[in-house]
Design a protein around this ligand. Structure first.
Ligand code: HPA
Length: 279
């Protein structure tokens, strides 16, 4: 069995062979938010199926390709769709793309997702900057032997969501007149949505949002010393907050509705992140 480091290196080389750009920022575009990648110029798209060892998405609404291109003057590598634990992949597999980002020379990642709103001050369509997460997925991508070439055995998670990037995102949102909340994301396994009792539990332990992704990716990014900015789109209020059932269609529709605001914010934040990359 070829080790993950070597596989990540091969995958990174394949992606870089398809473009002359050398992006330092990686984007992961969640459910209904993938359209941003289509706005990139000088773009090269690489289907996940063509990248060795890369996991393929099965979820509806996830296109499954990496687009390397320019957003104004900032080069980025954007994942249009991600795979999830609930699809049956391991935590190592779902975070392999972040390993590939790292081996491509990416130093900062911007992660986006669709999430259920727990905090009652949010409404459907709200954009929320993640301040922290609570990993309730029952697994961790760093399980098993540590490969010191990636990072340390016990990575610190105190400042997982970079304060400087959050500050920059708030400033850009203010400038654009976009309301940007800040909150704590609870990551659950899914694929069933939560019960109202589970949402009440999550609220009591300090979660503002709930979703089925992101936490493992943040752990791996931090393991490799990449800085993280994460933004959720509240596609629905979480179970029991409003007296109505949840549907995947609703999640996708809300993504579509906030698309232009979300893309404008992302575009404004990118130069700020580019100007403040970790070494
Ligand atoms: N719960 C979990 N994941 C989600 C939700 C939700 O309500 N909405 C979008 N992703």
């Amino acid at each position: 069995m070829i080790d993950q480091f070597t596989r990540a290196e091969s995958a990174a080389q394949l992606v870089l062979s398809r473009t002359s750009l050398r992006p330092k920022i990686g984007l992961v575009l969640g459910s209904g938010l993938g359209g941003f990648a289509d706005t990139l110029s000088d773009a090269a798209g690489v289907p996940y199926a063509e990248i060795p060892s890369f996991p393929h998405s099965t979820a509806i609404g996830h296109a499954g390709r990496m687009v390397i291109g320019n957003a104004d003057s900032v080069s980025v590598a954007a994942m249009q769709g991600r795979v999830h634990l609930y699809e049956g992949y391991s935590a190592q597999e779902i975070t392999f793309p972040i390993r590939v980002f790292g081996r491509m020379g990416i130093r900062a990642v911007i992660l986006t997702n669709a999430a259920g709103g727990i905090n009652r001050s949010y409404a459907q369509g709200a954009l929320v900057l993640l301040r922290d997460h609570i990993n309730l997925q029952g697994t961790n991508p760093l399980l098993g032997a540590n490969d010191d070439r990636f990072g340390p055995r016990f990575p610190d998670m105190t400042h997982a969501y970079a304060r400087n990037y959050r500050e920059a995102a708030r400033e850009e949102a203010r400038r654009l007149g976009v309301t940007l909340h800040e909150g704590v994301y609870a990551a659950l396994l899914g694929p069933s949505y939560e019960t109202p009792a589970e949402i009440e539990y999550l609220r009591r332990i300090g979660a503002d949002l709930v979703g089925m992704s992101t936490a493992a990716e943040v752990i791996v990014a931090r393991h490799m010393g990449m800085s993280v900015l994460a933004i959720s789109c509240v596609t629905n209020m979480a179970a029991g907050i409003l007296d109505q059932p949840l549907s995947h269609a609703e999640v996708m529709e809300t993504g579509e509705r906030v698309k232009s605001t979300f893309e404008a914010l992302l575009r404004a934040v990118l130069p700020r992140v580019a100007a403040d990359l970790p070494k």
